[in-house]
Design a protein. Structure first.
Length: 386
């Protein structure tokens, strides 16, 4: 599969090309050779986070003063695109760097940034964000996790589920109700230091999923966990819902980046396969149905890429609105599932075996329409903006 980007985004500069080359080399040489082991153990290696930090691949959009790369979201986009396009899915960089560091940069005070961002940028700390609850799903206002003020701190009680990076996380951005009488206005974000599993914190099982087997997804339990008052994110309680709404467009764009990269990878793998595989005495590419399917998938992928690049450029300028981010998340992930499914069909029976990457891509794609807010919720957000 070619590693060159056949359609470079209009916002891409030479520094992005250098970053892409470095990221591609890291994933292909240092992570992918361990794929089978990572899939079996159900989580990535901490050493890979630390190595990514050594190479300067973590916290690309974090200011240099806090140990980051001093770039912007376009640099994060290049990293995540390269990770998905080479087929690496164990490291939770989309959450660690694409989301967690973004919250701290946007809402943390100087003391908080100096306390946590350098460790996230070196990979010594692994970050996660805990919003979803067993009974809540995409309904964030219905969360039951409570953070009750107790002297100079909070006592946190509740449960979170489907938490990406939850099994390894040292730092968890936790959404909790500090005032359960206020609905959305009673939600706050607390930064919980959970490395070493302190009293009052427990990790549940790593969830068994139909895809993304190498990426740890866990249940987290809080039973009177004490969190210092200085770990509240923002200047006052009750800002959490607004903070999440402010950051969710980036989270949904991150998901869209993975979707388009997967579509491009599926097309590259499938095009190569149908040129080599024969049926009825000629290569699959010589059959009209194969060409028609590939033409349709290529068009869908190209249009998706153009839309994604526009969204990335808008976001880099600070102009990505909620509805457009929702469009990107829902339409691009729907496209990912469609293109991967149609490409798998061209592999025939081999496409259903994990010997071929397209099978894992098929299983991995399905979660994209669920996390980050289900696509049904995305359509509601789009409709409200009409």
């Amino acid at each position: 599969m070619s590693t060159a980007d056949p359609h470079p985004p209009p916002w891409r500069r030479p520094e992005h090309d250098d970053l892409a080359e470095l990221a591609r080399a890291f994933f292909t040489a240092e992570v992918l050779p361990h794929t089978e082991r990572l899939l079996a153990q159900g989580h990535p290696d901490r050493a890979h986070y630390r190595r990514a930090g050594e190479l300067g691949l973590l916290g690309l959009s974090v200011p240099e003063a806090y140990g980051g790369g001093g770039g912007d979201f376009t640099h994060e986009a290049v990293l995540l695109h390269e990770q998905a396009r080479c087929g690496e899915s164990s490291l939770g960089l989309a959450v660690h760097s694409g989301i967690v560091t973004g919250y701290l940069v946007a809402y943390g005070n100087d003391e908080q940034k100096r306390r946590w961002l350098p460790g996230l940028c070196t990979g010594e700390l692994v970050g996660a964000i805990a919003m979803t609850e067993p009974d809540g799903g995409s309904d964030l206002q219905a969360m039951r996790t409570r953070a009750v003020r107790d002297g100079d701190g909070y006592r946190v009680t509740g449960a979170k589920t489907f938490i990406s990076n939850g099994g390894l996380a040292d730092l968890v951005l936790l959404a909790a109700k500090t005032d359960p009488t206020q609905g959305a206005a009673g939600i706050s974000l607390l930064v919980c230091e959970v490395g070493g599993d302190p009293d009052g914190f427990r990790r549940g099982r790593l969830l068994s999923k139909i895809g993304l087997h190498g990426n740890d997804t866990a249940e987290l339990f809080f039973d009177d966990l004490r969190v210092p008052a200085g770990h509240l994110l923002g200047d006052a309680e009750g800002l959490g819902f607004g903070q999440m709404m402010g950051q969710l467009p980036q989270e949904r764009l991150v998901i869209g980046i993975g979707a388009v990269a997967a579509m491009e990878r599926a097309m590259a793998l499938t095009t190569a396969y149908v040129k080599e595989r024969t049926a009825f005495g000629k290569p699959l590419i010589a059959h009209q149905n194969t060409r028609m399917v590939l033409a349709e998938c290529a068009t869908r992928t190209r249009v998706a890429r153009v839309f994604l690049d526009d969204c990335v450029a808008r976001h880099a300028r600070g102009g990505l609105d909620v509805a457009t981010a929702a469009m990107a998340k829902s339409w691009l992930t729907e496209g990912q599932c469609e293109v991967v499914d149609r490409c798998l069909q061209l592999f025939g029976g081999y496409g259903y075996t994990t010997e071929y990457p397209i099978a894992r891509m098929y299983a991995d794609a399905r979660a994209q329409k669920i996390y980050g807010g289900t696509n049904e919720i995305m359509k509601e957000l789009i409709a409200r903006a009409l």
